[in-house]
Design a protein around this ligand. Structure first.
Ligand SMILES: Cc1cc2nc3c(=O)[nH]c(=O)nc-3n(C[C@H](O)[C@H](O)[C@H](O)COP(=O)(O)OP(=O)(O)OC[C@H]3O[C@@H](n4cnc5c(N)ncnc54)[C@H](O)[C@@H]3O)c2cc1C
Length: 401
């Protein structure tokens, strides 16, 4: 007899939303998480005592009122009152060694033609560079839009499928347009993980998946877990090898999805040390970093924080800190162990034709009692993950979960 109705591997937003749907349906679900923290890319780092608990985001930073499935979960968990409107602050470009307004970098005559170029243009089957480059014009694309899109998905956006970048979704008028949560987006993960009926075991690395008759058996270093249904909510580069032994055709398809590495460094400083105006963030053009996301959208009385997302292998650790000090206009010595934190993030690097690949994956999944969720289906946004979990949960229910 299996231990659980549903075993979920990975406690990022994909796994946590899947667990939410399972618990709401009265099922017995268990989540196994490799780290000693739930949240994955929802990761608000809290600095130790010298910085009075000041936090900044090492991963995702913004949610929007178009995130309808996420908002529905937050409503069901009575968490909407902890939602925090993001303060208004704009993005600027950091280009040629200086902070510049986006408007100052636009080529306006070229942009005036954009509404006409939009008529009849379709995103399907086209890359970001091809689709948006034609609409905004080559000068605007190179000077503003390409660096901005790179910053949005923390990787070179040019070859990314245009229809996976900004997905049109209905906006909820009763929620702020852009929001985070009290103490950052980690709070979303903490709320979902604390729901009655959700069981999460932290520090459990899924090493192997086997089928034993009608059941799945997942091996970890500590013990084996069994369940009638299994959901993999890990990054794609983890899902592919885990599926290799029992689902080789599925593993082959997933292995075709590449991933991009982001080297993230967050720094916190007393407000008095910085002369930069309030910012949502800086977009790097021809820079070692894609973006520097600011905490100014959730202002703190004493500190400011910036999370730099660096291109992989562009600078070593010391050079990254020196570059951050330069960009922020502070002495190198102002950035020390106590106010600097680093993390490596990975995100799927989707390519044109991704829709066909996912259709093939879904065909291979059907009828196996196995679900796949994550940020490598419709797109990388938090809402894309929750939407995938909802669809996969519905499919598993149809398959007898
Ligand atoms: C720097 C950055 C900024 C972003 N900004 C935004 C934003 O502002 N808005 C937005 O909507 N989206 C943003 N995103 C995208 C979004 O945050 C992610 O796509 C999403 O959170 C991914 O969730 P996930 O659960 O699919 O994967 P993850 O968050 O990666 O979670 C997967 C989990 O699986 C666990 N795991 C891995 N292997 C194993 C194993 N063998 N056994 C057990 N557990 C395992 C991991 O530890 C992890 O907790 C950003 C992403 C990054 C990296």
């Amino acid at each position: 007899m299996a231990d659980h109705d549903l075993l979920i591997i990975g406690a990022g937003i994909s796994g946590l939303s899947m667990a939410h749907y399972a618990v709401q349906a009265g099922l017995n679900a268990l989540v196994l998480e490799r780290d000693n923290r739930a949240g994955g890319c929802l990761h608000s780092h809290r600095f130790a005592s010298a910085l009075d608990g000041f936090w900044l985001e090492l991963g995702a930073h913004s949610c929007f009122n178009s995130y309808g499935n996420l908002l529905a979960i937050l409503e069901a968990t009575r968490a909407l009152d902890r939602l925090q409107t993001r303060a208004k602050a704009g993005f600027r470009l950091f280009a040629d060694g200086a902070v510049r307004t986006i408007f100052s970098q636009l080529h306006i005559p070229e942009l005036l033609l954009a509404p006409f170029r939009l008529i009849g243009s379709k995103k399907a089957g086209r890359s970001v560079a091809d689709y948006f480059g034609r609409i905004v014009g080559p000068r605007n694309y190179a000077a503003v839009f390409e660096p901005a899109f790179d910053a949005v998905i923390c990787q070179p956006a040019g070859p990314f499928p245009a229809d996976c970048l900004f997905r049109p979704r209905q906006r909820r008028q009763d929620a702020p347009r852009g929001f985070t949560f009290f103490n950052g987006l980690q709070t979303v993960a903490d709320i979902l993980a604390a729901q009655p009926g959700i069981h999460i075991e932290l520090g459990r690395v899924a090493r192997e998946i086997r089928r034993a008759g009608e059941e799945f058996v997942v091996r970890t270093d500590e013990r084996d877990y069994s369940a009638r249904h299994l959901c993999l909510a890990t990054p794609v580069e983890v899902a592919a090898p885990l599926l290799r032994a029992e689902f080789p055709a599925l593993a082959d398809r997933l292995a075709d999805i590449r991933t991009a590495t982001v080297e993230t460094v967050g720094v916190a400083l007393p407000k008095s040390r910085l002369n930069l105006p309030p910012l949502a963030g800086l977009i790097g053009r021809n820079e070692a970093f894609y973006s520097a996301v600011s905490r100014d959208t959730v202002p703190d009385p004493a500190y400011r924080g910036f999370t730099f997302h660096f291109r992989p292998d562009s600078l070593d650790e010391e050079k990254k800190i020196a570059r951050i000090a330069d960009v922020l206009g502070v002495p190198r010595a102002a950035l020390a162990a106590g106010n600097v934190i680093a993390k490596v993030n990975r995100l799927p690097a989707l390519r044109v034709g991704h829709g066909d690949l996912i259709r093939a994956v879904d065909n291979l999944l059907a009828g196996n009692g196995l679900a796949l969720t994550g940020n490598y289906f419709a797109g990388v946004a938090i809402e894309d993950c929750v939407t995938r979990s909802l669809a996969e949960f519905a499919r598993l229910r149809n398959e007898g979960l």
